[in-house]
Design a protein around this ligand. Structure first.
Ligand code: SF4
Length: 325
């Protein structure tokens, strides 16, 4: 077990959340940071629209997730763990997870709040019973997380991959969530270095009609055209397919902004006011590129947390590729 971190580093495992942080480095940091106790959090909050893979893994292979957490408990001295589950998952998988984790220091915690409550520092606030707002980073949770102690936060798929690495069955694959205008939506386990085109072809999801996709999540994902599918997916492995003829772009952008207006925490001005400004701009007849560009710049560069910073990407990519061209 001592060499599990070396094995994780050998496979260059990246966390299976949107940030794709090197998992070995995170484990190493938590292990090396001196403290009388440490925490492990399995993040099963899965709040990004169109992302379904953690639920799929909890339904089909919960024992692998618990095994991944058990390996972390064994690797990190004086540690105990939480599984942080969104409400549906708590109801659907709570009983099974409790049974599987018997005898281990694992506590199930039902998520409070929405999308933002899946961000690692907000998870720490939630478990500590505080307001659901992100913390300033650094320090990162790996150095000072739950109650100020070193805390390893990995999501469900990462623990699943660690169990595979430990058992020697890891094949450099990840889970792709595919949805939208397609007859074969679903969650598929395929090589992580495949291009979007390869994933869509292999799963029978490459459309034969005029289309575009949103890759990386149903709110923060980038819009990509068919000619851009020869690249690997960044961030969350979520692909939503849109039939170009059937999709009203204004309605799609309104759906996104409703999400951001609902999910932001109002803590910082750029994100709070920026979301309102986007909603106003969507009501205007003419698209003023200068104003949109200013807004994107402010959101990306001055928002406090990843939610505000990532708000610009879906809008900027859609406007550039499908409206202004
Ligand atoms: S960027 Fe948005 S979600 Fe993040 S702290 Fe600011 S208001 Fe809250």
């Amino acid at each position: 077990m001592q060499d599990i971190i070396k094995k994780i580093e050998k496979y260059k495992l990246l966390g299976r959340s949107g940030s794709r942080f090197p998992t070995g480095l995170k484990w190493e940091t938590v292990k090396k940071t001196k403290a009388e106790k440490k925490y492990i959090i399995c993040n099963a909050s899965e709040g990004e629209p169109g992302t379904l893979k953690d639920g799929f893994i909890l339904r089909t292979s919960p024992e692998k997730v618990i095994e991944g957490i058990r390996i972390a408990l064994e690797t990190i001295d004086n540690s105990s763990a939480f599984i942080y589950l969104k409400n549906d998952y708590y109801r659907e998988f709570g009983g099974k997870l409790k049974t599987l984790s018997q005898g281990l220091p694992i506590t199930l915690f039902e998520k409070k709040g929405g999308y933002l409550a899946g961000e690692e520092t907000v998870i720490c606030e939630a478990i500590e019973g505080k307001a659901l707002e992100p913390r300033i980073k650094p320090p990162f949770p790996a150095e000072a997380g739950l109650w100020g102690y070193p805390t390893l936060v990995n999501n469900v798929e990462t623990f699943y991959a660690i169990a595979q690495i430990d058992q020697g069955s890891y094949r450099n694959e990840r889970f792709y969530s595919i949805s939208g205008d397609t007859a074969k939506p679903g969650v598929y386990e395929l090589p992580e270095d495949w291009t979007l085109k390869e994933v869509l072809e292999q799963t029978g999801n490459l459309p034969d009609f005029d289309f575009f996709v949103q890759a990386g999540g149903g709110a923060v994902g980038e819009i990509l055209l068919p000619k851009e599918l020869n690249k690997k997916i960044e961030g969350m492995a979520t692909i939503i397919i849109f039939d170009k003829k059937k999709t009203d772009l204004n309605i799609l952008m309104r759906k996104w902004i409703s999400f951001f207006l609902r999910e932001n925490c109002d803590k910082c001005t750029p994100c709070r006011e920026g979301a309102l400004r986007i909603e106003e701009l969507l009501n205007e007849k003419n698209l003023n590129q200068v104003i949109w560009q200013d807004l994107f710049f402010v959101l990306e560069n001055t928002s406090f947390c990843p939610l505000g910073k990532s708000m610009a990407l879906p809008f900027s990519s859609l406007i550039k590729k499908l409206i202004v061209k």
